[in-house]
Ligand binder design. Structure first.
Ligand code: KG4
Ligand code: ZN
Length: 337
């Protein structure tokens, strides 16, 4: 079954074609308009999606060497995300479904992230624990069976990616912060500054990154600017180490607590090489099977949405035209996150 996936939940306009488990094309147009504002401006994001989405879909068809008539199903992100941005993708998908007379399904963006890995290799076996770290979410998920998710840990304040973005702003490194901090950290010493690691005691599976973010801010404010300038790489490396330490410790705790031996890492922050390496090493030493998508499928993309859509469409699941954008959609389908 050839599925066209559409992703417009935030600041990437993306369209992809999958044929079952294999990705035929995956076009991601990253909106650069937000860079000068240091974060995503929702109104600009919606306008850019309107301009870019149809050309991006045509590019995805062209790259796959297919035409409109080859598409057998449609999948679109309907939440969580920015309301205006979600509506562009959702309305476009509904229009295409009517015009081409195709079945379609609304996909939870977070499920897309968890499915990204199976767009590139065999899916992790069940049950497994997933660590989903993105700009908007930091979740530990117990996946007991395909398409069924139980949230067992979440951030109490900032998401991991949000912490990267905010700390990068404090350090004057630009947006998006994750890649900028990673680049800067590569020249720094990760033990140079001792930053806090929150909620490590007991058997808590929740996260908190706002204290760490504030600790970086106070550290920077307590020093003269010229000294901070020389220390940026060390601060970046020490901050990144603190985030990685917590993410690794909590993932291992979740695996032990639920007696599970398979770990999946997903979401934009999963692009981070230090995190990928730390988790891979720890899992190898502990005899745990470790799965992570290739870097380009970690950040927002439509291949992961098409892949999730395929799994649901082949099970006969369909959405109706009254499906609305759900900006606060939770992974378990409720709207309370
Ligand atoms: O999954 P994603 O593309 O969008 C959301 O659904 O939020 O994740 C974007 C987040 C941003 O916060 C970005 O700074 C972070 O992922 N990110 C990284 C890296 N690349 C992207 N964080 C750390 N290291 C990276 N290399
Ligand atoms: Zn995402």
């Amino acid at each position: 079954m050839i599925v066209l996936g559409i992703e417009t939940s935030c600041d990437e306009t993306s369209a992809a074609l999958v044929d079952g488990a294999s990705v035929l094309s995956n076009i991601v147009a990253t909106q650069t308009v937000h860079q000068e504002y240091g974060g995503v401006v929702p109104e600009f994001a919606s306008r850019a999606h309107i301009r870019q989405l149809l050309p991006v879909i045509r590019l995805a068809l062209g790259k796959a060497g297919r035409s409109w008539s080859d598409i057998q199903g449609l999948a679109v992100t309907h939440g969580p995300g920015l309301a205006g941005s979600l509506l562009i993708g959702l309305s476009t998908c509904k229009g295409l479904a009517l015009a081409l007379d195709l079945p379609w399904i609304g996909i939870n963006h977070l499920e897309g992230h968890l499915m990204a890995v199976s767009a590139s290799r065999a899916a992790p076996e069940y049950p497994h624990i997933a660590l989903l770290v993105s700009g908007g979410h930091t979740l530990l998920v117990l996946a007991e069976a395909p398409l069924s998710y139980r949230i067992i840990g979440r951030t109490l304040d900032d998401a991991a990616g949000e912490a990267f973005d905010k700390v990068a702003k404090t350090l004057g490194l630009g947006y998006p912060g994750g890649p900028a901090i990673e680049r800067s950290a590569s020249a720094g010493r990760d033990q140079a500054v001792s930053f806090p690691r929150a909620l490590l005691k007991g058997d808590d599976l929740n996260f908190s990154f706002s204290g760490l973010k504030t600790a970086v801010l106070y550290h920077v404010r307590s020093r003269p600017p010229h000294q901070v300038e020389n220390e940026i790489a060390d601060i970046s490396a020490s901050f990144q180490r603190a985030v990685v330490d917590v993410l690794v410790a909590k993932s291992i705790r979740a695996l032990e607590k639920h007696d599970i031996r398979v770990l999946l890492l997903a979401g934009g922050v999963a692009r981070n090489t230090a995190l990928r390496k730390a988790l891979a090493d720890k899992c190898q030493r502990s005899g745990i099977d470790f799965f992570v998508p290739p870097a380009e499928l970690c950040t927002d993309n439509a291949a992961m949405i098409a892949r999730a859509g395929y799994e649901r469409l082949i099970r006969g699941q369909r959405s109706n035209h009254d499906l609305d954008a759900a900006p606060d959609l939770s992974l378990d389908g409720t709207e309370n996150e």
